[in-house]
Design a protein. Structure first.
Length: 357
């Protein structure tokens, strides 16, 4: 999300289904000032977007062209960090452009080369310009490296007859959760200007579907594992009670009440479950903390992860819910299941229990 889209976007109504240059935000400075005051928002970057033909002599390719404010864009997008040749756009650039490695390879151009842009302006006239490549980026995602071009917003507005208008405003924060919490405030600001807010689930629906599928599968596996572990432990506990039947018979013979014996058994099970949960949680937190620093590598999966603009090394995040949910559920299930041997012990008779083999 931080590579291109941002955590949310402010757009004209209907722009997502029909991205037309004529659907624009006029003089967005006041709107951006209001957005920057929303709690959780750290940056707001205006963009102009359209499609154009880029050529170098006989070779021509279509690509999406973004007009960006370099100073603001770097606070929303990480595209500038993927530059592998030359530099990213900077304030004051004129006929400058950054392109991906795929498009540079197709056009057989390098840093310093010139390409011709041909498109349709907002007023219906032809938008044409000759731009100099100042940087080449490589994101690892082939569709981005082939189809994304960025140029200064001022040059974009001049070429495409946009005036002081932009097509959208990308919004970012320190964390995705901060922007999600700020969505009601963002929507209120957008509605006052006749605009709409699109959060990350709208911007990347495919990624959202994959996350939901992964969460559903992981939850199913997690619940299944907990059920299996609980039944294994319960079976072990029942076997332990059966093997100690003669011991319980002797305790009842010397005057100990079955109720107290059952309570003793239940407390043993509860203490063992609590100790096991604490040790397991400590070990799991230690392993997760280590992988959060060093990451978990998935060799050979670079192409798969690049489809979602993600690195092939993942860094898990440790939180109380993920660390304690499973152990606490298992400990609670064992405490409840402990009433089964408790009830069995209460039904024992001293003589028959002492004769048990």
């Amino acid at each position: 999300l931080s590579l291109i889209d941002g955590f949310a976007q402010i757009q004209p109504t209907g722009y997502s289904s029909d991205p037309d240059l004529r659907k624009a935000i006029v003089r967005p400075q006041g709107l951006m000032a209001q957005l920057n005051k929303v709690p959780g928002v750290t940056a707001a970057a205006p963009r102009g977007t359209t499609y154009a033909i880029f050529s170098d002599g006989p070779r021509s390719y279509g690509a999406a062209v973004f007009g960006v404010d370099p100073a603001r864009e770097t606070k929303v997008s990480m595209l500038g960090a993927t530059i592998v040749a030359g530099r990213y756009l900077k304030t004051g650039d004129g006929a400058a452009v950054v392109i991906g490695t795929g498009l540079a390879r197709n056009l057989r151009l390098t840093v310093g080369g010139k390409l011709t842009m041909l498109g349709s302006a907002r007023d219906g006239t032809v938008a044409a310009d000759v731009l100099t490549i100042v940087g080449i980026f490589s994101t690892g995602a082939s569709e981005i490296d082939r189809q994304i071009v960025e140029m200064p917003l001022s040059r974009f507005q001049a070429d495409f007859a946009m005036g002081q208008s932009v097509n959208l405003i990308a919004v970012s924060g320190r964390r995705l959760g901060d922007i999600e919490a700020s969505l009601p405030s963002l929507r209120a600001v957008a509605e006052r200007h006749g605009l709409v807010v699109r959060d990350w689930t709208d911007l990347e629906p495919g990624l959202n579907d994959v996350i939901l599928l992964d969460m559903s599968f992981s939850t199913l596996m997690y619940v299944s594992l907990i059920v299996i572990v609980v039944f294994i432990i319960l079976n072990t506990l029942l076997m332990s009670v059966l093997e100690r039947t003669r011991e319980f018979g002797m305790l009842m013979a010397i005057g100990m009440r079955p109720k107290r014996i059952g309570r003793m058994i239940w407390l043993e099970l509860t203490y063992l479950a609590a100790i096991g949960a604490m040790l397991g949680s400590a070990a799991g937190c230690g392993i997760t903390a280590w992988t959060a620093i060093h990451g978990i590598a998935f060799p050979g999966a670079e192409a798969l992860f690049s489809q979602w603009h993600m690195p092939s090394i993942l860094f898990p995040e440790l939180n109380l819910v993920s660390a304690l949910a499973g152990p606490c559920v298992i400990a609670l299930a064992i405490a409840i299941a402990g009433f089964v041997p408790y009830a069995r012990v209460r039904r024992l008779e001293p003589v028959s229990a002492m004769r048990a083999t």
